[in-house]
Design a protein around this ligand. Structure first.
Ligand SMILES: Nc1ncnc2c1ncn2[C@@H]1O[C@H](COP(=O)(O)OP(=O)(O)O)[C@@H](O)[C@H]1O
Ligand SMILES: [Mg+2]
Length: 247
């Protein structure tokens, strides 16, 4: 059965797009069929991080609006053959709940196992269309307190207004020395403040920035901490019990 997961955050720049690309590739590498949607209307960049800018023509709004079928609109990743992308429209489109439902139905009919939505930052109006078809959410946050408060606010809205029951948090850009020195929230504090269970920890990793710029997958970088973290998160989404990585 198709799992539809919204990747969201309170503040911007927390690592949603990097996580969507990395976890999507990890799931595809493990044999799952994965459709990624760039839900950041007007600010799309998932195609750049995936190295697919030359492949995207249609947006998810074209499919939700009935202008084109999903199978004709989605673009296949050049390396991971189970990984597909539907980009975001350049301007905020007129969407409907029914159109978004039709998109999810087409993803199910195309035998996708996962639909991962790279959401916009914060709580803009278009979040409601993306949340409408989502059954789970991953809130990505950095370890600073302002960002964690934003994560908490975003999670409550997804839970209360859009009835998403399964919401978990990923702590990104974790820097152990700052935690040891008490300069950023530790993991227990972060979970308490956000009121969310932890899906994973992702360390600060320069390779992620390099790969994001070149369009190469972080999974191709041996010994990358972020790559390891994304693979662990993919395994947890699959229901495996994977211990937290030592950072
Ligand atoms: N764990 C990390 N280590 C280092 N840089 C990161 C990490 N996560 C994200 N970044 C960088 O932070 C910037 C914003 O990340 P991005 O995934 O685009 O965030 P968002 O989609 O939430 O706006 C990018 O330059 C990205 O490479
Ligand atoms: Mg983004």
């Amino acid at each position: 059965m198709l799992k539809v997961i919204l990747v969201a955050s309170g503040k911007g720049g927390t690592g949603k797009t990097s996580l969507t690309a990395g976890v999507g590739a990890a799931l595809a590498q493990a044999g799952q069929r994965v459709l990624l949607i760039d839900g950041d209307c007007g600010l799309r960049n998932l195609d750049i991080v995936l190295g697919m800018s030359d492949r995207v023509v249609y947006s998810f709004a074209d499919v939700a609006g009935g202008a084109v079928m999903l199978c004709d609109a989605m673009a296949r990743h050049p390396v991971y053959e189970n990984l597909y992308l539907l980009t975001a429209p350049v301007a905020l489109p007129a969407l409907s709940e029914r159109g978004m439902e039709q998109l999810a139905v087409q993803a199910e009919e195309a035998a996708f196992d996962y639909l991962l939505i790279d959401g916009p930052a914060g709580l803009p109006a278009e979040l409601s269309w993306l949340a409408h078809i989502s059954t789970q959410a991953i809130i990505v946050t950095a370890t600073d307190r302002a960002c964690i408060r934003g994560a908490e606010r975003c999670a409550r809205k997804l839970e209360e207004e859009y009835c998403i029951q399964r919401i978990r948090m990923v702590l990104n850009r974790v820097r152990p020395q700052m935690i040891c020195r008490g300069q950023s929230a530790n993991i227990d504090d972060a979970m308490d403040e956000a009121g969310l269970p932890l899906l994973g920890l992702v360390p600060e990793d320069e390779d992620l920035i390099v790969c994001g710029n070149s369009g190469n997958s972080i999974l191709s970088v041996k010994r990358s901490g972020a790559s390891h973290a994304f693979q662990n998160i993919a395994r947890r989404l699959e229901g495996e019990r994977v211990p937290l990585m030592k950072i």
